[in-house]
Design a protein around this ligand. Structure first.
Ligand SMILES: Nc1ncnc2c1ncn2[C@@H]1O[C@H](COP(=O)(O)OP(=O)(O)O)[C@@H](O)[C@H]1O
Ligand SMILES: [Mg+2]
Length: 233
């Protein structure tokens, strides 16, 4: 009998403070593979800090964090790095695409420097995400939305259990934002848990889970009828 896989994320009472005082006061969250979750909050509310904690970039001062069933507190630095490389794909706010590589090479770079070895996987994923035609483009020649989708593909190509995205639709027009969300949803359909932070409610409403960060405290968003929220109901 197949045992069900543990949730991608189980966070309980996560807290972190910067020396200057800001940070995250409390976050509780469970996210299963195949689901999308949005964390909404204004600038400075702790969204990027939460992503850095879930991405094993920062270590929490308090609370517990299990990633794919592994208790992260018990890990040494090398084990944390390994868990991050194996299980987590991150779309940072400034993307960090390499300008001297084309789109598929940027995606393949998620595996390390031997790009040609991962050409097939990178190109196949770009095809699955509807970006076949961009594969050979230089990233410097792509639009903001196209670059954002390439960064999503790079985060997803190793098939991580968890994909984290920091404001992936900020600065994009609604149609382009939709195409980025389609790419993230496709990653969830392939089995990843996808968590994105945003200050855009129209993006958050399309996700399976909705949370709000306010003054460093994460809570469930009041359940709204999506049709009502879009003004259709
Ligand atoms: N590296 C840092 N050093 C000190 N304070 C920081 C640092 N990064 C963020 N902060 C502070 O922590 C709080 C939360 O920041 P952040 O997580 O970046 O919020 P958000 O992503 O929602 O804008 C803010 O008050 C911010 O000024
Ligand atoms: Mg931020």
């Amino acid at each position: 009998m197949k045992t069900p896989s543990p949730p991608a994320v189980v966070a309980e009472g996560l807290a972190f403070s910067y020396a200057s005082g800001g940070g995250l006061t409390r976050a509780d969250l469970t996210l299963e593979g195949g689901a999308t979750a949005a964390v909404e909050g204004p600038s400075g509310s702790g969204k990027s800090t939460l992503l850095a904690l879930l991405g094993l970039i920062l270590s929490p001062a308090e609370g517990s964090l299990h990633i794919t069933g592994t208790d992260t507190e018990a890990l040494d630095v090398a084990e944390r790095d390994l868990l991050r490389r194996r299980s987590i794909g991150i779309v940072l706010q400034d993307l960090g695409l390499l300008p001297f590589l084309n789109a598929w090479e940027n995606v393949a770079a998620a595996f390390g420097p031997r790009l040609a070895r991962h050409r097939g996987e990178a190109r196949a994923l770009l095809g699955d995400l509807g970006m076949e035609d961009l594969a050979d483009s230089r990233v410097t020649e792509l639009s903001g939305g196209q670059r954002q989708r390439i960064a999503v593909a790079r985060a997803a190509v190793k098939q991580p259990a968890l994909i984290l995205a920091d404001e992936p639709t900020s600065g994009l027009d609604p149609r382009t934002a939709n195409s980025v969300m389609d790419a993230l949803r496709a990653c969830a359909e392939r089995g990843a848990a996808v968590l994105l932070v945003t200050h855009d409610a129209t993006v958050a409403v399309t996700c399976d889970q909705r949370h709000v960060l306010d003054g460093g405290v994460l809570s469930a968003a009041r359940r709204q009828n999506a049709r009502e929220e879009k003004g259709l109901g």
